[in-house]
Design a protein around this ligand. Structure first.
Ligand SMILES: *Cc1c(COP(=O)(O)O)cnc(C)c1O
Length: 376
């Protein structure tokens, strides 16, 4: 029996072949007589799993040894605190600037405020006009020319794909465009990590919770320029000090070993698919199919400025909210799962990460068109 298509925003669908391989290796990994979750994180076997995962990820991203690649715990939410704890003291003013483009960047900003002199670099206008973002979701990305980054800031933070609002940075700014020297970019790329080639070399630090597009929940990927490490505040927990984690190759303390193993299988799967360029063209085709269907109908609507529509998370509304429950019930019956939108935005959301095949999006579009015919 084939499995239904799962449009969950996260934890999200995994490639089926990865799940099958993990199932086959569950009781005995490569003749070791152990499940991966039963192994010492200091042993030879897990050492191999962790090193391969890091090597495969480096190959996919194209990052060299100027960057540390770390597997951590606590999710992107914990990173919202771990980042200022590690980086805010890069300059004596202990300041940082945040670009607001939606729910997640706003959460990052709020958390960071506990650790330094934090200001909004862009997006404040939206807040002034609409108040709480929960009342008025973001629909665009402020151009870099409008960002106000202070020269004394230790870094500038943005979220390159807003999972809830459905806006995506098509490009990441180059250092020269910021109008200040020596203010590294810090990027929450959780929900489009590995979806396409990303300009990692422009960033000082990129972080991503795995459960959107890179593996199961439990491991957070952090890629950071090594020269930014080693400046943690004295109160930073030692297990969250990037200098410790990087020095010990993600094994300063017990890492989320099984989640790293699963993410490692996903990295190999992405490489087998042809790497990030291949993922990008598949993801573009999927997104185009869905947005075209939405735009062609008078019944469905996506309100994001077309040039910054997310290729991973596609929120849309029905002409009549009273039909939402009927739509969702019919979708589940048709084998299309988890389409309910986030409560702050309402309507529907289709997350179409790497593991979602083109046929899954086609099945969704077919269902949407049949639904419109019946109820529109
Ligand atoms: C899901 C998500 C988070 C939060 O991740 P947790 O693992 O729940 O902490 C943060 N940022 C973005 C962009 C996300 O998609």
């Amino acid at each position: 029996m084939s499995r239904p298509y799962n449009f969950s925003a996260g934890p999200a669908a995994m490639p089926e072949s990865v799940l099958r391989q993990a199932a086959a290796e569950m009781l005995d990994w490569h003749g070791s007589g152990m499940s991966v979750m039963e192994m010492s994180h200091r042993g030879r076997e897990f050492g191999q799993i962790c090193t391969e995962a890091e090597d495969d990820l480096r190959a996919l991203l194209g990052v060299n040894d100027d960057y540390a690649v770390m597997f951590m715990q606590g999710g992107a939410t914990a990173e919202n605190a771990i980042i200022p704890l590690n980086l805010i003291a890069l300059k004596p003013e202990q300041a940082a600037d945040y670009v607001l483009t939606g729910s997640w960047s706003r959460k990052s900003f709020k958390e960071a405020k506990r650790y330094g002199d934090i200001e909004v670099a862009a997006g404040a206008e939206h807040e002034r006009r609409f108040g709480d973002v929960e009342q008025a979701p973001y629909t665009w990305v402020p151009p870099v020319a409008e960002w106000r980054v202070r020269p004394e800031s230790s870094y500038v933070h943005f979220c390159s794909n807003e999972t809830i609002d459905g806006v995506e940075f098509v490009e990441w700014p180059e250092a020269a465009e910021l109008g200040v020297d020596d203010v590294p970019l810090v990027v929450d790329a959780s929900s489009h990590f590995l979806s396409r080639p990303l300009p990692m070399e422009r960033a000082g630090l990129v972080y991503a919770g795995a459960q959107k597009n890179a593996g199961p929940a439990g491991v957070t990927i952090v890629v950071a320029r090594r020269d930014l490490l080693g400046h943690a505040l004295p109160v930073c927990p030692s297990a969250f000090d990037y200098a410790n984690v990087a020095r010990e190759s993600s094994r300063f303390n017990t890492p989320p070993s099984y989640a790293i193993y699963m993410a490692g299988l996903v990295f190999k799967w992405v490489r087998e698919q042809g790497g990030l360029a291949a993922m990008a063209s598949l993801n573009e085709a999927k997104a185009r199919l869905l947005y075209d269907a939405i735009d062609a109908s008078g019944f469905y609507r996506n309100r994001i400025e077309p040039s910054v529509r997310s290729r991973m998370n596609v929120p849309f509304t029905l002409a009549d909210d009273a039909l939402n429950d009927v739509f969702l019930k019919g979708a589940t019956a048709a084998g299309l799962l988890a389409l309910k939108g986030h409560k702050s935005v309402g309507g529907m959301r289709a997350s179409i990460y790497n593991a979602m095949p083109l046929e899954g999006v086609r099945a969704l579009v077919d269902y949407m068109q049949a639904f419109e015919k019946q109820y529109g």
